[in-house]
Design a binder for this molecule. Structure first.
Ligand SMILES: C[S@@+](CC[C@H](N)C(=O)[O-])C[C@H]1O[C@@H](n2cnc3c(N)ncnc32)[C@H](O)[C@@H]1O
Length: 398
């Protein structure tokens, strides 16, 4: 027998194309999330995706609710806009051709202006040669570039990306800026975020790029030979086919969750998926935050992180309880319902969370739903799979 529920969720997932490999993304368990929120069985008009990350949860609910997507990171706002915007008729192959022409012009101009910078991987057949060409690119961090839109070329050549890949990243980013007040801005940046993650030689995020060794040399070369434009174009075409629809009212904010909870609509459903572990998202995804802000930040450490990285209270043992407490208070004040995702590998256990909730969520029932899930390797073999129990705790206001 055909499972209509399963078909339904597959149809929905198709409409929210994969944009970013993301730690803790709910993409693979969207059916668990939608079924759980559905079982709240309430008539709210608005759903707030309080820690939206990739935006897939808000995107899945956009036909049923007015969605308010929030996350403290700017790249999350770009991804949510891409799923939630009304892009009907705005994304077309003609538009892609126009972007391509503009990008090609900027790339040619860049190469003309910096003819002495020539890093050709074609003849690299020894470890020493590869190491030398990578180090020479990394040294560009101390150069002055007298051309606009050179952030990635200066900061990241020879690290996560090669010099040539950085020239393309900077050029596509420059073209995105030309669409800043138009709806195409978000799909352009989202497609670039996708391309950057599949071309980068690091392990699925930007906490560290890999130093070249004799063992990984072949693998690193295979990433250096990837073409940013090919990945960009493939994703943009997928977006043309899938996100080009109408949307109802929505809102996207880049706020701390405490601020966000003060401005949500009363009687909302709040879907809350805070960080579970001690790793800060701002360290793993600093490079795409910089892509969006494009603000030539001060950077430090080998991973070349932005200095102004956000530190989440959910990631520290000393602040996590208070962080949950403020979340429960905010939900209660707005007379809203809450679906809270967490896992058995989290900073605090389920009993502690329920106990904290009792201080503010009076007159609420709670129900705990569980799903076994394998957290993926983020795409590479040097990160381990992890078996976890995913929870959704439903707090329903009576
Ligand atoms: C587990 S991830 C969310 C994943 C998301 N549900 C998805 O499916 O892609 C947690 C998110 O919380 C965000 N975050 C961390 N601290 C925050 C804070 N204080 N306020 C708002 N967002 C925060 C992070 O940037 C990260 O995107």
């Amino acid at each position: 027998m055909i499972d209509t529920n399963q078909l339904d969720i597959e149809e929905k997932i198709k409409k929210i194309p994969h944009l970013l490999k993301y730690m803790g993304s709910k993409r693979e368990i969207l059916d668990f999330v939608t079924d759980s929120v559905g079982s709240l069985n309430v008539q709210s008009e608005w759903l707030c995706d309080l820690f939206s990350g990739t935006g897939v949860v808000g995107g899945t609910f956009k036909d049923e609710y007015k969605v308010h997507a929030n996350d403290v990171q700017s790249y999350a706002s770009v991804l949510s806009h891409t799923y939630l915007l009304n892009l009907k008729g705005q994304l077309t192959i003609d538009c892609l051709d126009e972007i391509k022409n503009k990008v090609n012009t900027l790339v040619s101009d860049y190469y003309n202006r910096f003819q002495k910078l020539n890093f050709n991987y074609d003849d690299i057949n020894t470890f020493k040669k590869l190491q030398k060409i990578e180090k020479a690119q990394q040294a560009l961090i101390s150069e002055d570039f007298d051309i606009g839109f050179h952030l990635f070329t200066k900061y990241y050549s020879g690290t996560y990306w090669s010099y040539d890949q950085c020239v393309w990243i900077d050029s596509i980013r420059a073209v995105a800026e030309q669409y800043k007040s138009k709806p195409q801005y978000y799909p352009i940046l989202s497609s670039l975020i996708f391309a950057m993650s599949y071309v980068s030689q690091s392990t699925g995020h930007y906490a560290q790029y890999r130093d070249v060794t004799e063992d990984n040399m072949k693998d690193i070369l295979s990433y250096r030979n990837r073409d940013i434009w090919v990945y960009f174009e493939r994703k943009f075409i997928e977006l043309i086919k899938n996100v080009n629809g109408k949307s109802q009212d929505f809102r996207v904010t880049t706020l701390d969750y405490v601020d966000c909870l003060r401005i949500i609509e009363e009687d909302s459903i709040v879907y809350s998926d805070p960080p579970y572990q001690s790793v800060h998202y701002s360290r793993f995804y600093h490079a795409i935050e910089t892509l969006v802000k494009y603000d030539y930040p001060n950077i430090s450490f080998k991973g070349r992180y932005r200095d102004d990285r956000h530190q989440s209270p959910f990631c520290k043992k000393t602040t996590v309880k208070q962080a949950f407490s403020l979340m429960f208070e905010g939900v209660n004040i707005k007379k809203s319902h809450l679906a809270l995702s967490y896992s058995d590998t989290g900073m605090i256990d389920l009993d502690t969370i329920i106990n904290i909730s009792k201080n503010s969520l009076k007159g609420y029932t709670n129900d705990i739903l569980t799903k076994n899930h394998t957290h993926s390797k983020m795409g590479r073999s040097d990160e381990k799979n992890q078996e976890v129990k995913e929870y959704i705790i439903l707090f329903k206001r009576n």
